[in-house]
Design a protein around this ligand. Structure first.
Ligand SMILES: [Zn+2]
Length: 349
Protein backbone atom coordinates (compact mmCIF):
# COMPACT_ATOMS: atom_id res chain seq x y z
CA UNK A 1 0.00 0.00 0.00
CA UNK A 2 1.22 3.50 -0.83
CA UNK A 3 0.44 5.99 1.96
CA UNK A 4 1.01 9.72 1.44
CA UNK A 5 1.40 11.11 4.96
CA UNK A 6 1.16 14.77 4.00
CA UNK A 7 -1.76 16.21 2.02
CA UNK A 8 -3.79 19.36 2.63
CA UNK A 9 -7.31 20.13 1.43
CA UNK A 10 -6.08 23.02 -0.72
CA UNK A 11 -8.95 22.58 -3.16
CA UNK A 12 -11.67 22.95 -0.51
CA UNK A 13 -14.95 24.36 -1.86
CA UNK A 14 -15.41 28.17 -1.70
CA UNK A 15 -17.82 27.90 1.25
CA UNK A 16 -14.84 27.37 3.55
CA UNK A 17 -13.10 30.57 2.53
CA UNK A 18 -16.41 32.46 2.63
CA UNK A 19 -16.81 31.41 6.27
CA UNK A 20 -13.23 32.40 7.09
CA UNK A 21 -13.52 35.78 5.34
CA UNK A 22 -16.67 36.51 7.30
CA UNK A 23 -14.99 35.42 10.52
CA UNK A 24 -12.07 37.77 9.86
CA UNK A 25 -14.42 40.67 9.00
CA UNK A 26 -16.28 39.97 12.24
CA UNK A 27 -13.12 40.81 14.20
CA UNK A 28 -13.87 44.46 13.47
CA UNK A 29 -17.65 44.08 13.10
CA UNK A 30 -18.91 41.59 15.75
CA UNK A 31 -22.48 41.93 14.46
CA UNK A 32 -21.66 39.64 11.50
CA UNK A 33 -19.96 36.90 13.54
CA UNK A 34 -20.65 33.64 11.65
CA UNK A 35 -21.59 30.41 13.41
CA UNK A 36 -20.42 26.89 12.61
CA UNK A 37 -23.89 26.16 11.22
CA UNK A 38 -23.50 28.92 8.64
CA UNK A 39 -20.90 26.96 6.62
CA UNK A 40 -22.50 26.07 3.29
CA UNK A 41 -20.71 23.21 1.53
CA UNK A 42 -22.55 20.33 -0.13
CA UNK A 43 -21.28 16.76 -0.48
CA UNK A 44 -21.29 17.23 -4.25
CA UNK A 45 -19.02 20.25 -3.93
CA UNK A 46 -16.61 18.18 -1.84
CA UNK A 47 -16.66 15.38 -4.44
CA UNK A 48 -16.07 17.84 -7.28
CA UNK A 49 -13.20 19.49 -5.43
CA UNK A 50 -11.38 16.17 -5.04
CA UNK A 51 -12.29 14.14 -8.11
CA UNK A 52 -10.62 16.59 -10.49
CA UNK A 53 -7.64 17.33 -8.28
CA UNK A 54 -6.16 15.36 -5.37
CA UNK A 55 -8.00 12.14 -6.04
CA UNK A 56 -7.21 12.15 -9.76
CA UNK A 57 -3.52 12.79 -9.04
CA UNK A 58 -3.48 10.04 -6.40
CA UNK A 59 -4.94 7.57 -8.90
CA UNK A 60 -2.56 8.71 -11.69
CA UNK A 61 0.45 8.36 -9.42
CA UNK A 62 -0.52 5.12 -7.70
CA UNK A 63 -1.14 6.54 -4.22
CA UNK A 64 -3.73 4.56 -2.23
CA UNK A 65 -4.31 6.65 0.89
CA UNK A 66 -3.56 10.23 1.89
CA UNK A 67 -3.29 11.42 5.47
CA UNK A 68 -5.25 14.61 4.98
CA UNK A 69 -5.42 17.86 6.92
CA UNK A 70 -6.79 21.40 6.56
CA UNK A 71 -4.92 23.92 4.39
CA UNK A 72 -1.76 24.69 6.34
CA UNK A 73 -1.28 28.20 5.01
CA UNK A 74 -4.77 29.15 6.11
CA UNK A 75 -4.51 27.91 9.70
CA UNK A 76 -3.22 31.46 10.33
CA UNK A 77 -3.14 31.13 14.09
CA UNK A 78 -2.04 34.76 14.39
CA UNK A 79 -5.45 36.07 13.24
CA UNK A 80 -7.84 37.08 16.01
CA UNK A 81 -7.52 35.31 19.34
CA UNK A 82 -7.93 31.84 20.85
CA UNK A 83 -11.71 31.97 20.36
CA UNK A 84 -11.23 32.79 16.67
CA UNK A 85 -8.81 29.88 16.28
CA UNK A 86 -11.11 27.49 18.13
CA UNK A 87 -14.10 28.05 15.85
CA UNK A 88 -11.97 28.14 12.69
CA UNK A 89 -10.24 24.87 13.64
CA UNK A 90 -13.55 23.16 14.34
CA UNK A 91 -14.91 24.24 10.95
CA UNK A 92 -11.72 23.21 9.09
CA UNK A 93 -11.50 19.86 10.91
CA UNK A 94 -15.19 19.07 10.41
CA UNK A 95 -14.69 19.51 6.67
CA UNK A 96 -11.77 17.04 6.70
CA UNK A 97 -14.02 14.63 8.61
CA UNK A 98 -16.63 14.88 5.85
CA UNK A 99 -13.95 14.04 3.27
CA UNK A 100 -12.96 10.95 5.27
CA UNK A 101 -16.61 9.88 5.38
CA UNK A 102 -17.19 10.41 1.64
CA UNK A 103 -13.90 8.72 0.69
CA UNK A 104 -13.10 6.31 3.54
CA UNK A 105 -10.80 4.26 1.29
CA UNK A 106 -8.65 7.25 0.30
CA UNK A 107 -8.49 9.81 3.09
CA UNK A 108 -7.61 9.63 6.78
CA UNK A 109 -7.82 12.78 8.89
CA UNK A 110 -5.22 14.84 10.68
CA UNK A 111 -6.36 17.94 12.54
CA UNK A 112 -5.49 21.58 12.74
CA UNK A 113 -5.02 22.75 16.34
CA UNK A 114 -6.67 25.94 17.64
CA UNK A 115 -3.38 27.51 18.65
CA UNK A 116 -2.98 31.23 19.24
CA UNK A 117 0.17 33.31 19.87
CA UNK A 118 1.24 33.43 23.54
CA UNK A 119 -1.71 31.25 24.61
CA UNK A 120 -0.55 28.16 26.57
CA UNK A 121 -0.74 25.15 24.22
CA UNK A 122 -2.80 23.14 26.69
CA UNK A 123 -5.79 25.13 25.39
CA UNK A 124 -5.80 23.02 22.19
CA UNK A 125 -6.30 19.71 24.01
CA UNK A 126 -10.14 19.57 23.82
CA UNK A 127 -10.12 20.02 20.01
CA UNK A 128 -7.30 17.48 19.63
CA UNK A 129 -9.24 14.99 21.73
CA UNK A 130 -12.48 15.62 19.80
CA UNK A 131 -10.74 15.01 16.46
CA UNK A 132 -8.95 11.84 17.57
CA UNK A 133 -11.67 10.25 19.69
CA UNK A 134 -14.87 11.42 17.98
CA UNK A 135 -13.79 12.02 14.37
CA UNK A 136 -11.32 9.13 14.09
CA UNK A 137 -8.32 11.28 13.11
CA UNK A 138 -4.82 9.87 13.60
CA UNK A 139 -2.61 12.89 14.26
CA UNK A 140 -2.33 16.67 14.28
CA UNK A 141 -0.39 19.52 12.74
CA UNK A 142 1.50 21.42 15.42
CA UNK A 143 2.58 24.99 14.65
CA UNK A 144 5.87 25.84 16.41
CA UNK A 145 5.25 29.53 15.61
CA UNK A 146 1.59 30.55 15.98
CA UNK A 147 2.65 34.18 15.50
CA UNK A 148 3.23 33.54 11.78
CA UNK A 149 6.91 34.33 11.28
CA UNK A 150 7.63 36.44 14.36
CA UNK A 151 8.47 33.51 16.71
CA UNK A 152 6.88 34.99 19.82
CA UNK A 153 6.18 31.70 21.59
CA UNK A 154 8.45 29.50 23.67
CA UNK A 155 10.56 26.80 21.95
CA UNK A 156 9.10 23.32 21.59
CA UNK A 157 11.14 21.97 24.49
CA UNK A 158 9.68 24.48 26.95
CA UNK A 159 7.54 22.97 29.69
CA UNK A 160 4.62 25.09 28.55
CA UNK A 161 4.15 22.49 25.76
CA UNK A 162 4.25 19.50 28.12
CA UNK A 163 0.48 19.15 28.82
CA UNK A 164 -0.09 18.85 25.06
CA UNK A 165 2.71 16.29 24.73
CA UNK A 166 1.23 14.27 27.60
CA UNK A 167 -2.08 14.17 25.70
CA UNK A 168 -0.38 13.19 22.41
CA UNK A 169 1.33 10.30 24.22
CA UNK A 170 -1.89 9.27 25.95
CA UNK A 171 -3.83 9.29 22.65
CA UNK A 172 -0.88 7.61 20.87
CA UNK A 173 -0.84 10.12 18.01
CA UNK A 174 2.09 11.97 16.41
CA UNK A 175 2.30 15.65 15.54
CA UNK A 176 3.57 16.94 12.23
CA UNK A 177 5.54 20.13 12.77
CA UNK A 178 3.83 22.61 10.48
CA UNK A 179 3.96 26.37 10.44
CA UNK A 180 1.23 28.32 8.70
CA UNK A 181 1.27 31.42 6.54
CA UNK A 182 3.92 34.04 7.16
CA UNK A 183 2.85 37.53 8.18
CA UNK A 184 6.47 38.65 8.21
CA UNK A 185 7.46 39.98 4.77
CA UNK A 186 11.01 38.73 5.30
CA UNK A 187 9.86 35.13 5.04
CA UNK A 188 8.09 33.81 1.97
CA UNK A 189 5.64 31.29 3.42
CA UNK A 190 6.38 28.05 1.56
CA UNK A 191 9.88 28.99 0.37
CA UNK A 192 11.37 30.28 3.61
CA UNK A 193 8.97 30.11 6.57
CA UNK A 194 8.06 26.42 6.11
CA UNK A 195 11.66 25.29 5.71
CA UNK A 196 12.81 27.57 8.56
CA UNK A 197 10.08 26.11 10.78
CA UNK A 198 11.21 22.55 10.04
CA UNK A 199 14.88 23.33 10.65
CA UNK A 200 14.16 25.34 13.78
CA UNK A 201 12.08 22.54 15.31
CA UNK A 202 14.83 20.02 14.58
CA UNK A 203 17.43 22.20 16.32
CA UNK A 204 15.11 22.76 19.30
CA UNK A 205 14.83 18.99 19.68
CA UNK A 206 18.64 18.67 19.60
CA UNK A 207 19.12 21.37 22.25
CA UNK A 208 16.75 19.71 24.68
CA UNK A 209 16.23 16.43 26.48
CA UNK A 210 12.57 16.36 25.49
CA UNK A 211 12.58 12.69 24.51
CA UNK A 212 14.02 11.65 27.85
CA UNK A 213 10.85 13.09 29.35
CA UNK A 214 8.64 11.69 26.55
CA UNK A 215 10.28 8.53 25.19
CA UNK A 216 7.25 7.63 23.04
CA UNK A 217 6.39 11.12 21.72
CA UNK A 218 6.63 11.28 17.91
CA UNK A 219 7.06 14.19 15.51
CA UNK A 220 7.17 14.24 11.73
CA UNK A 221 9.27 17.05 10.33
CA UNK A 222 7.95 17.60 6.80
CA UNK A 223 9.57 18.93 3.63
CA UNK A 224 12.35 16.40 3.99
CA UNK A 225 13.32 17.75 7.40
CA UNK A 226 14.03 21.29 6.20
CA UNK A 227 17.78 21.92 6.09
CA UNK A 228 18.59 19.15 8.59
CA UNK A 229 19.61 16.28 6.25
CA UNK A 230 21.78 18.54 4.07
CA UNK A 231 23.58 19.86 7.16
CA UNK A 232 23.60 16.59 9.10
CA UNK A 233 27.29 16.97 10.01
CA UNK A 234 26.63 20.39 11.54
CA UNK A 235 23.79 19.03 13.64
CA UNK A 236 25.76 15.96 14.75
CA UNK A 237 28.65 18.23 15.67
CA UNK A 238 26.46 20.70 17.56
CA UNK A 239 24.84 17.87 19.51
CA UNK A 240 28.30 16.53 20.32
CA UNK A 241 29.53 19.96 21.50
CA UNK A 242 26.46 20.22 23.75
CA UNK A 243 27.27 16.87 25.34
CA UNK A 244 24.20 15.22 23.84
CA UNK A 245 24.17 11.57 22.75
CA UNK A 246 24.56 10.66 19.05
CA UNK A 247 21.46 11.72 17.05
CA UNK A 248 20.32 8.12 16.54
CA UNK A 249 19.97 7.77 20.29
CA UNK A 250 19.05 11.40 21.04
CA UNK A 251 16.06 11.81 18.73
CA UNK A 252 15.72 9.30 15.91
CA UNK A 253 13.33 7.13 17.88
CA UNK A 254 11.03 10.15 18.00
CA UNK A 255 11.64 12.32 14.96
CA UNK A 256 10.74 11.37 11.39
CA UNK A 257 11.05 13.09 8.02
CA UNK A 258 8.81 13.04 4.99
CA UNK A 259 9.75 12.92 1.30
CA UNK A 260 8.39 16.32 0.23
CA UNK A 261 11.67 17.13 -1.49
CA UNK A 262 10.96 18.09 -5.06
CA UNK A 263 13.95 16.74 -6.99
CA UNK A 264 15.84 13.47 -7.30
CA UNK A 265 19.24 14.62 -5.90
CA UNK A 266 17.45 15.88 -2.76
CA UNK A 267 15.69 12.56 -2.25
CA UNK A 268 18.96 10.67 -2.79
CA UNK A 269 20.64 12.82 -0.14
CA UNK A 270 17.77 12.28 2.30
CA UNK A 271 17.93 8.51 1.77
CA UNK A 272 21.69 8.45 2.15
CA UNK A 273 21.80 10.51 5.35
CA UNK A 274 18.65 9.59 7.29
CA UNK A 275 17.88 5.98 8.26
CA UNK A 276 15.10 4.48 6.11
CA UNK A 277 13.17 3.73 9.31
CA UNK A 278 12.77 7.51 9.76
CA UNK A 279 11.45 8.42 6.31
CA UNK A 280 7.75 8.54 5.39
CA UNK A 281 6.44 8.93 1.88
CA UNK A 282 4.65 12.24 1.23
CA UNK A 283 3.86 14.67 -1.57
CA UNK A 284 2.13 17.71 -0.01
CA UNK A 285 -0.03 18.00 -3.07
CA UNK A 286 -1.84 19.91 -4.34
CA UNK A 287 -0.35 23.24 -3.68
CA UNK A 288 3.10 23.84 -2.26
CA UNK A 289 4.75 23.71 -5.68
CA UNK A 290 2.26 23.20 -8.48
CA UNK A 291 4.31 23.30 -11.67
CA UNK A 292 5.96 20.85 -14.04
CA UNK A 293 9.74 20.54 -13.93
CA UNK A 294 10.95 21.31 -17.48
CA UNK A 295 14.03 19.17 -16.83
CA UNK A 296 11.96 16.02 -16.28
CA UNK A 297 8.58 16.82 -17.81
CA UNK A 298 6.86 15.71 -14.58
CA UNK A 299 5.32 17.64 -11.69
CA UNK A 300 7.80 18.63 -9.01
CA UNK A 301 5.48 17.19 -6.35
CA UNK A 302 5.26 13.75 -8.00
CA UNK A 303 7.66 12.52 -5.34
CA UNK A 304 6.95 8.82 -5.83
CA UNK A 305 8.87 8.98 -9.11
CA UNK A 306 12.05 10.04 -7.32
CA UNK A 307 11.88 7.19 -4.84
CA UNK A 308 11.11 4.72 -7.65
CA UNK A 309 14.29 5.91 -9.40
CA UNK A 310 16.61 5.10 -6.48
CA UNK A 311 17.89 1.65 -7.44
CA UNK A 312 19.82 1.08 -4.23
CA UNK A 313 16.64 0.75 -2.14
CA UNK A 314 15.65 -2.81 -1.25
CA UNK A 315 12.03 -3.95 -1.38
CA UNK A 316 11.98 -3.94 2.42
CA UNK A 317 13.19 -0.34 2.50
CA UNK A 318 10.57 0.71 -0.06
CA UNK A 319 7.86 -0.91 2.04
CA UNK A 320 9.11 1.01 5.10
CA UNK A 321 8.94 4.34 3.27
CA UNK A 322 5.60 3.76 1.54
CA UNK A 323 3.68 1.93 4.28
CA UNK A 324 5.36 0.37 7.30
CA UNK A 325 6.83 3.54 8.83
CA UNK A 326 3.44 5.28 8.59
CA UNK A 327 1.87 2.32 10.39
CA UNK A 328 4.47 2.64 13.17
CA UNK A 329 4.41 6.45 13.50
CA UNK A 330 0.60 6.74 13.25
CA UNK A 331 -0.53 3.65 15.23
CA UNK A 332 -4.18 4.62 14.87
CA UNK A 333 -3.94 4.13 11.11
CA UNK A 334 -3.72 0.35 11.45
CA UNK A 335 -7.37 -0.55 12.14
CA UNK A 336 -8.44 1.96 9.45
CA UNK A 337 -6.13 0.35 6.87
CA UNK A 338 -7.36 -3.09 7.90
CA UNK A 339 -10.93 -1.97 7.14
CA UNK A 340 -9.85 -0.54 3.76
CA UNK A 341 -8.14 -3.82 2.83
CA UNK A 342 -11.20 -5.82 3.94
CA UNK A 343 -13.53 -3.64 1.81
CA UNK A 344 -11.24 -4.03 -1.23
CA UNK A 345 -11.19 -7.81 -0.78
CA UNK A 346 -14.98 -7.92 -0.68
CA UNK A 347 -15.19 -5.63 -3.73
CA UNK A 348 -12.87 -7.93 -5.67
CA UNK A 349 -14.83 -11.00 -4.62
ZN1 LIG B 1 2.07 20.80 4.50
Amino acid sequence: MIIDCHGHYTTAPPGLKEFRDLQIRALTDPAINPSKASVRISDDEIRDSLEGAQLRLMRDRGIDVTIFSPIAGQMAHHIGNAVTSQLWSEVANDLIYRVTQLYPDNYIGVCQLPQSPLVPPKSVIPELERCIVELGFIGCNLNPDPSGGHWKDRPLYDRIWYPLYEKLVELDVPAMIHVSGSCNDCFHHTGAHYINGDTTAFMQFIQSDLFKDFPTLKFIIPHGGGAAPYHWGRYRGLAQDMGKPPLAEHLLKNVFFDTCVYHLPGIKLLLEVVPTENILFATEMVGAVKGIDPETGYHYDDTKRYIDQVDSLTETQRALIFEDNARRVYPRINPILDRIVARKEIAHG
